[in-house]
Design a protein around this ligand. Structure first.
Ligand code: AMP
Ligand code: GLY
Length: 420
């Protein structure tokens, strides 16, 4: 098969790495890719949010199967456009991608599906939103309705913070994404992510992970896209995962089908777990980044077969073969991230790190300049390892981090601390 992966971060490097190991893959192209992906696949410059351009590219390059990495092309209907052109695609339609693209839509689906989640109000008017916050009190969670690159959620511990967030959102701080606001009850508990493959009808659990969203040691400081992750998530026991499937995921999929927008792709189910009860925090319509890196490290080549089965509506009867293993990824980020940071610093030592089924440095924001690897983004490398225990995986990952010589970057030294 000729396979095209859309995206160019660590998530897509991990997907490419898994796909390349599968003997079914004859040729792999990643658009746009990055310096690490270029070492294992062909990279193509392509506007991945333009469905017409991607369809033309697939035609010209005899692509058989497209795997969509990030949410933006999905929210713009790229998967629909490709399916219209007769291509096999892994990733939901524009209508089904609303589970990530609109927080109020997700809440409406939870209501209809009777899925446990935070109580909420949905507002398009500042005065009404302020009155609701004043009546509820803090802590409270304020969310811009639309896609805001992970920045549209304010967990407000005080009334001042909550009202300030409302003023910012209605004032246009998130552009169109903030013209509508969802205000949620603050949920306590431990967060974990549950990944489920869906083929429109059947849901197949595809692994669990926990990431570290805060930039600083001990989960402190500003939110980021994720500073590291590990899989499995011990808090998401089999019993809790089954509860999440029965009470949240399956009723959601049934509701989506009922509305004429069946869900196909991976559903990222963000959960808050307290006293053995999972509640939905959010859905994403794609793999997490960096959660995908630890899932792919554990799944290897079979990931490609299962993604294909989901795209072809053949998940019934499919199984995931889990080893009794653990994986950890440590994100190396440019100094200053998630604030402003410099680009172009040289990274040495990546080539000295082992590359095998238990060790891999996935690239996120990198470029090759004059034959050297340089930083070209905020999150730059995902140093990933597998082991028989979380401790072993973690020791291996930090062993590789020690081999990397990059004065322009930093990392958290405590990934996995909660589980250990
Ligand atoms: P979201 O983009 O919806 O995942 O929100 C980002 C982060 O905000 C989540 O990962 C949680 O840590 C936190 N969060 C979101 N909603 C809530 C809530 N209702 N209660 C507590 N924390 C929340
Ligand atoms: N790591 C969080 C996300 O991908 O949304």
């Amino acid at each position: 098969m000729n396979i095209l992966i859309l995206g160019g971060g660590g998530r897509e490097h991990a997907l490419a790495w898994a796909v390349m190991q599968n003997p079914k893959c004859d040729k792999l192209i990643v658009a746009p890719g990055n310096a690490g992906i270029a070492q294992i696949a062909e990279c193509a410059a392509l506007d991945i949010e333009n469905g017409g351009a991607v369809a033309e590219f697939c035609d010209a390059n005899a692509v058989d199967f497209v795997i969509v990495g990030p949410e933006a092309p999905l929210a713009k209907g790229v998967a629909d456009r490709l399916r219209d052109a007769g291509l096999l695609v892994f990733g939901p339609s524009e209508g089904a991608a609303r589970l990530e693209a609109s927080k109020s839509f997700t809440k409406e689906i939870c209501d209809a599906a009777n899925a446990p989640t935070a109580a909420y109000g949905h507002f398009t008017d500042l005065a009404e939103a302020r009155a609701y916050v004043e009546a509820q009190g803090a802590p409270i969670v304020i969310k811009a309705d639309g896609l805001a690159a992970g920045k549209g959620v304010i967990v407000a511990m005080t009334m001042d913070e909550a009202l300030g967030a409302l003023d910012d959102m209605f004032g246009g701080a998130f552009g169109g994404a903030g013209a509508e606001v969802v205000i949620e009850e603050f949920m306590e508990g431990e967060e974990a992510s549950f990944f489920v493959l869906c083929d429109g009808e059947v849901a197949l659990p595809f692994g669990t992970a926990q990431d570290h969203k805060r930039v600083g040691e001990g989960d402190t400081g500003p939110n980021t896209g994720g500073m590291g992750a590990y899989s499995p998530a011990p808090v998401l026991t089999d019993v809790i995962a089954q509860k999440a499937l029965d009470e949240i995921v399956t009723p959601t999929l049934q509701e989506m089908t009922k509305r004429g927008t069946p869900y196909q792709g991976v559903l990222y189910v963000g959960l808050m777990i307290k006293d053995g009860q999972p509640r939905l925090v959010e859905y994403n319509v794609r793999f997490g980044d960096p959660e995908c890196q630890v899932l792919m490290m554990r799944l290897g080549a079979q990931a490609m077969d299962l993604l294909q089965a989901a795209a072809e509506g053949r998940l019934a009867g499919c199984d995931v073969n889990w080893a009794d293993d653990h994986a950890v990824t440590v994100v190396m980020a440019a100094n200053g991230y998630p604030g402003s940071y410099a680009k172009g610093s040289v990274i040495k030592g990546v080539g000295d790190c082992p590359e095998d089924s238990s060790h891999m440095v996935f690239h996120a924001g990198t470029a090759t300049v004059d034959g050297q690897i340089t930083a070209s983004g905020g999150r730059v490398l995902n140093v990933t390892a597998r082991g028989a225990s979380l401790q072993e995986a973690r020791d291996r990952a930090y062993g590789m981090v020690d081999q990397i010589d990059w004065a322009g970057g930093f990392y958290r030294s405590d990934i996995g601390w909660r589980a250990l």
